[in-house]
Design a protein around this ligand. Structure first.
Ligand SMILES: [Ca+2]
Ligand SMILES: [Ca+2]
Ligand SMILES: [Ca+2]
Length: 234
C-alpha cells in the first residue's frame, strides 16, 4: 500500500508541475534559441520560475511581446475545420469576461548583433499532431499583389510547420506561385509553454517561434499581419 501511495503522490506532483502557467514544457535547443526565447534560461516565459499570476502578458512576461492590433478579441470556436478551443484555435485571454487583443504577438529583438522576429500564438489546446501556424504578411500595403483568388494581398508567410521534420518556413506568394525562401529547424527556433488563460474551460498554450528578420527581405513599413492556423502542415 505504501508503494502505491508514494507512486500516486509522485504522479500528482508531476502533473501539477507540468501545468504551471509560464512553464516551457518544450524548450528550444541551442544557445541562440535560448538567448532569444528564454533569456534567463530558467525554463519559464514568466518573469521568474514561480510562473504567471494575474496576467500572462505585458509586464508579467519575460519577453515584452507586442499584441497584434485587432478590431475585436480573437474568438474561440471560429474554425472552418477543427475542434472549438482545440490546438488549431487561436484564442484570446479574457478581460472582464470578454476576448481581449491578447492572442497573437510579435517582437523585434536583436541578439548578438542579429535582429530576429519572434512570434507568439495563444492556442486553445496543446497537441503533437502536424499542423501549421502562420503569420501572413502584406509587406507592400497593396491588396492586389501577392496571390490571386482568396488571398487578399499577403505576399509573405512565416509558418511553424509542426509534426515530423518540423520547421519554421518563410514563403513568398506571388500570383499563383508560392516560393520557399528559407526554413529553420523547429527544435532550434521554437518553444511551447503553458499560458495562464483557460479558454473553453481548460488551459491554453503559447507556441513561440522565431526567424532572422533578414529572412523576410522587408524594406518597407508598415506591414499588415494576420495570424492563422492551417489544418495540414504542408
Ligand atoms: Ca525565462
Ligand atoms: Ca479562434
Ligand atoms: Ca483552452
Amino acid at each position: 500500500m505504501k508503494k502505491i501511495v508514494t507512486y500516486l503522490l509522485i504522479c500528482f506532483v508531476s502533473l501539477t508541475f507540468s501545468q504551471t502557467p509560464g512553464l516551457i514544457y518544450q524548450r528550444v535547443q541551442g544557445t541562440t534559441g535560448q538567448r532569444v526565447l528564454d533569456p534567463n534560461n530558467d525554463g519559464f516565459i514568466s518573469l521568474t520560475s514561480s510562473g504567471f499570476s494575474g496576467t500572462d502578458y505585458g509586464a508579467n512576461s519575460e519577453l515584452k511581446m507586442i499584441p497584434l492590433p485587432i478590431i475585436q478579441g480573437e474568438a474561440a470556436g471560429d474554425l472552418t475545420t477543427g475542434s472549438s478551443g482545440g490546438h488549431t484555435d487561436i484564442v484570446s485571454a479574457l478581460v472582464n469576461g470578454q476576448p481581449s487583443n491578447q492572442s497573437a504577438y510579435i517582437l523585434y529583438k536583436t541578439v548578438d548583433g542579429i535582429p530576429y522576429v519572434i512570434i507568439r500564438m495563444r492556442i486553445g489546446k496543446a497537441s503533437t499532431s502536424p499542423k501549421g501556424y502562420s503569420f501572413l504578411l502584406n509587406t507592400d500595403g497593396i491588396f492586389t499583389t501577392g496571390s490571386t483568388g482568396s488571398n487578399p494581398g499577403y505576399d509573405k508567410e512565416i509558418v511553424y510547420q509542426t509534426g515530423s521534420g518540423a520547421v519554421i518556413a518563410v514563403y513568398t506568394h506571388s500570383g499563383s506561385t508560392t516560393t520557399l525562401n528559407s526554413q529553420y529547424p523547429a527544435e532550434q527556433f521554437s518553444q511551447r509553454s503553458v499560458a495562464l488563460s483557460t479558454t473553453n474551460g481548460d488551459l491554453d498554450y503559447f507556441y513561440d517561434f522565431f526567424i532572422p528578420f533578414s529572412a523576410l527581405g522587408i524594406t518597407e513599413n508598415p506591414v499588415g499581419i494576420t495570424a492563422v492556423t492551417v489544418t495540414s502542415s504542408g
